[in-house]
Design a protein around this ligand. Structure first.
Ligand SMILES: C[S@@+](CC[C@H](N)C(=O)[O-])C[C@H]1O[C@@H](n2cnc3c(N)ncnc32)[C@H](O)[C@@H]1O
Length: 246
């Protein structure tokens, strides 16, 4: 991997400028699901999830774990199988139905009285509840608070102009002592318009830093043909753990 002076970690805040006005609408996300343009979905789950699961759980049982912008992430099934309660939110009903069907999980569907137009899909066993609506319609009075978060393809998928709003909402959903695993991506944002969007470490610190301790756990080279086709010459995933302090 040939890295220039502007390589991972070396990008300045102004380098995110090309992406700041980019907007992906909910309709565009729905269309990606309809057309099968879901290259972001990891069929085998995410390698960093398995590696750092202990950092999320910290030896605790029976946790409530939140999956923002969940898609049909396999990690929801894994955590439910371990006895945790999983709550997700996703605009695509197709994604949520595919999740239950692909794992042969029986589920029921109900309206959410507090959120006009929203539905909740719940496993019959009761420990997976997936809201079909925009995340911006959720609040702790509807979904409660969480002991843990798996944020992969979520903060980095949110439109840059909504990033502060997203983080402010996430902070209101955290229990004291919550652990938040956050996967971001690093690449040259002048070469790809996103999503995923490039969110530099300095911005992670300014968005969350007043509320939690932040530690970078790993930077993983994830460069593939997909990224080469986007015009990139490097692509990293960067994993942070955010520890909300009591
Ligand atoms: C990059 S994908 C990541 C999905 C999942 N986290 C994963 O790791 O596979 C982003 C997902 O967010 C959903 N989405 C986009 N905007 C949303 C919003 N405002 N509220 C809820 N879901 C949203 C999209 O439909 C899409 O499935």
């Amino acid at each position: 991997m040939a890295l220039s002076a502007k390589a991972p970690g070396g990008l300045a805040g102004s380098d995110v400028e090309p992406q700041k006005d980019r907007v992906v609408t909910e309709e565009e996300w729905l269309r990606k699901w309809e057309m099968g343009n879901t290259g972001f979905h990891k069929e085998q789950g995410h390698p960093l999830f398995q590696k750092y699961l202990d950092a999320l759980l910290n030896g605790r049982n029976g946790l409530r774990i939140f999956f923002p912008l969940c898609g049909k992430a396999l990690e929801m099934k894994w955590l439910a199988d371990m006895g945790h309660s999983v709550v997700g939110v996703e605009v695509s009903e197709q994604a949520l139905k595919e999740f239950f069907t692909e794992h042969s999980l029986p589920y029921c569907e109900e309206l959410v009285p507090e959120i006009p137009g929203a539905k909740m899909f719940q496993s019959t066993s009761g420990n997976i509840s997936l809201y079909c609506c925009s995340i911006y319609h959720l609040s702790s009075s509807v979904v409660g608070k969480f002991d843990g978060v798996w944020d992969r393809g979520a903060l980095v998928a949110v439109n840059p102009s909504d990033r502060q709003r997203y983080v402010s909402l996430m902070i209101t959903l955290m229990e004291k002592n919550a652990s938040y695993l956050l996967v971001t991506v690093s690449y040259d944002p002048s070469k790809h318009k996103g999503p995923p969007f490039y969110v530099p470490e300095s911005e992670i610190k300014s968005l969350f830093g007043n509320h939690c301790d932040i530690k970078c756990l790993e930077k993983l080279d994830d460069f593939s043909d997909r990224h080469r086709q986007w015009g990139l010459d490097y692509f990293l995933e960067v994993l942070y753990i955010l520890k909300f302090v009591a």
